[in-house]
Design a protein around this ligand. Structure first.
Ligand code: ADP
Ligand code: MG
Length: 220
């Protein structure tokens, strides 16, 4: 679905990873593990080009993003890549001034010209899928961490991504909330979604992973 070939990422003089290969197979779950500072978030962000690589190539289907593209061309291809991916962050990043429902409908309203009623129906379906149907009219401040993260996942799914990228989606949560969020992620996996997830939790990683990638410690 997405592959990295010989990808190198540097911050200044430091090489975070050099000549790195990774394949996210369609319908499979790839779990990225490793110590704090080993580059897990950077690698995940690279997969939708929130970070650019310094060498090597990213492929997503027909789409190729080699390092060093001129800015305009990089922007054009990255837009296509981002139509096929969505990201869920550790800290949810819901829009505080929007209701749960409006959080989920915002991107599809902006991105596509689809009818509002269809977008809203689909958003309510996604909220039901993550067990948050009853909270559609609430505001983020009134949600627990686990509820907010499930809404964030529904919002990420609203643009029909082919790949969902999750950066430590449960690390800010208590055990009960974690179990609810893990159940949602496991359900997505069962439905055949392609997932890439960073986690600190070895049990969680092993329970979900089709492929487990251990990042080396920071070098240089
Ligand atoms: N924008 C940046 N500029 C410089 N260094 C960065 C930047 N982003 C991350 N780093 C450094 O890269 C390393 C890996 O960071 P990160 O990918 O966040 O690790 P992890 O998610 O595994 O904890 C860290 O040493 C971090 O300080
Ligand atoms: Mg991180």
């Amino acid at each position: 679905m997405i592959s990295l070939r010989a990808v190198t990422k540097r911050f200044g003089e430091r090489t975070l990873f050099g000549g790195f290969d990774l394949d996210l197979a369609p319908g499979k779950t790839t779990v990225l593990m490793g110590r704090s500072g080993s580059g897990k978030s950077t690698l995940l962000r690279l997969l939708n080009q929130l970070e650019r690589h310094d060498a090597g190539t990213l492929r997503c289907g027909e789409l190729e993003i080699p390092a060093g593209l001129p800015h305009g061309e990089w922007q054009r291809r990255t837009l296509q890549l981002r139509r096929r991916t969505a990201m869920v962050f550790q800290s949810y990043q819901l829009f505080p001034h929007l209701s749960v429902l409006d959080n989920v409908t915002l991107a599809p309203r902006v991105v596509r010209g689809a009818e509002r009623s269809a977008i809203e129906a689909k958003a309510r379906e996604l909220l039901a899928q993550v067990g948050m149907a009853a909270a559609a009219e609430r505001f983020p401040a009134r949600l627990s961490g686990g509820e907010a993260q499930r809404v964030a996942i529904a919002r990420a799914l609203a643009t029909d991504p082919e790949v969902l990228l999750l950066d430590e989606p449960t690390s800010a949560l208590d055990p009960n909330s974690t179990a609810d969020v893990v159940a949602v992620i496991a359900d997505l996996k069962r439905r055949g979604m392609t997932l890439a997830m960073v986690t600190h939790d070895p049990d969680l990683g092993r329970s979900l992973a089709d492929q487990l990638v251990e990042l080396p410690r920071l070098r240089g």
